[in-house]
Design a protein around this ligand. Structure first.
Ligand SMILES: Cc1cc2nc3c(=O)[nH]c(=O)nc-3n(C[C@H](O)[C@H](O)[C@H](O)COP(=O)(O)O)c2cc1C
Length: 224
């Protein structure tokens, strides 16, 4: 497969797109700027996703300014080193059931650690936000709020892949949520950040389906 020409999309079937859109970290091309219009096209696709009560709560913050990227990179690195790495759910601390799965986990850990050191080098950083806060509300409030932005962000990532762009879902920066809000002027009492991703052209465009459980391991028919 070759890179699409300007204005074209990768020649992938829908099934291939859904099975090969990976978290890209080691293969982000930090030296190639991403044209604004490609980002707008990805947002256009994101906005086709569902939202609770059709309320259109999704907003995007796109960071291309090098100083702001540097400041965000510092927050992300601090959160990664000082908070995330100390948790039992740290990606490198999670034990899988087979040697093959543990090997894959090790590769992903190295990739995640690489991103923690290099986030600021991505030509763009995309924050997917929902207008609203759900603290103190019924559980359904949080589910609906996040559910109104996360599907859109995944659509953004699929649209990015079709354009030869790589993304990686991240939340670790939210260990330092206040700092992120302050840096970008996002009101913390009325806006929730759902996902923060680097955005860059990928080095090469061939990606593989990942190791996952089989459907039989995760489907509960009729009763849990
Ligand atoms: C809710 C959520 C939070 C995540 N947070 C981070 C993160 O902060 N940093 C990171 O490098 N990857 C993060 N990831 C990416 C996962 O590590 C990744 O999806 C997983 O390892 C599977 O790899 P794949 O996406 O390439 O299939 C996150 C993914 C999800 C869904």
């Amino acid at each position: 497969m070759t890179y699409p020409n300007e204005g074209q999309l990768l020649d992938l079937t829908a099934q291939e797109l859904l099975h090969t859109t990976r978290s890209v970290r080691l293969r982000l091309d930090f030296d190639r700027p991403v044209p604004d219009h490609l980002i707008s096209e990805c947002v256009e696709t994101a906005l086709q996703a569902p939202s609770g009560s059709n309320r259109w709560l999704m907003q995007f913050l796109v960071v291309t300014d090098p100083d702001k990227r540097a400041a965000f990179g510092e927050i992300y690195r601090d959160a990664f080193e000082q908070q995330y790495k100390k948790l039992p759910t740290y990606i490198g601390a999670v034990e899988k059931a087979t040697p093959e799965a543990n090997e894959s986990q090790g590769r992903t850990t190295r990739s995640a650690e690489f991103l923690a050191d290099t986030f600021h080098r991505a030509p763009a950083i995309v924050l997917a936000c929902a207008v609203g806060r759900a603290e103190g509300g019924a559980p359904i409030a949080k589910t609906t709020l996040l559910g109104s932005v996360l599907p859109g962000m995944w659509s953004f990532m699929l649209a990015a892949r079709l354009r030869g762009l790589g993304t990686s879902w991240t939340t670790v920066g939210l260990f330092q949520e206040q700092r992120v809000h302050d840096l970008f002027g996002i009101p913390i009492d009325s806006v929730t950040i759902g996902s923060m991703s680097p955005l860059a052209f990928t080095k090469g465009i061939d990606f593989k389906p990942a190791l996952r459980p089989s459907p039989d391991e995760v489907i509960h028919w009729n009763q849990w």
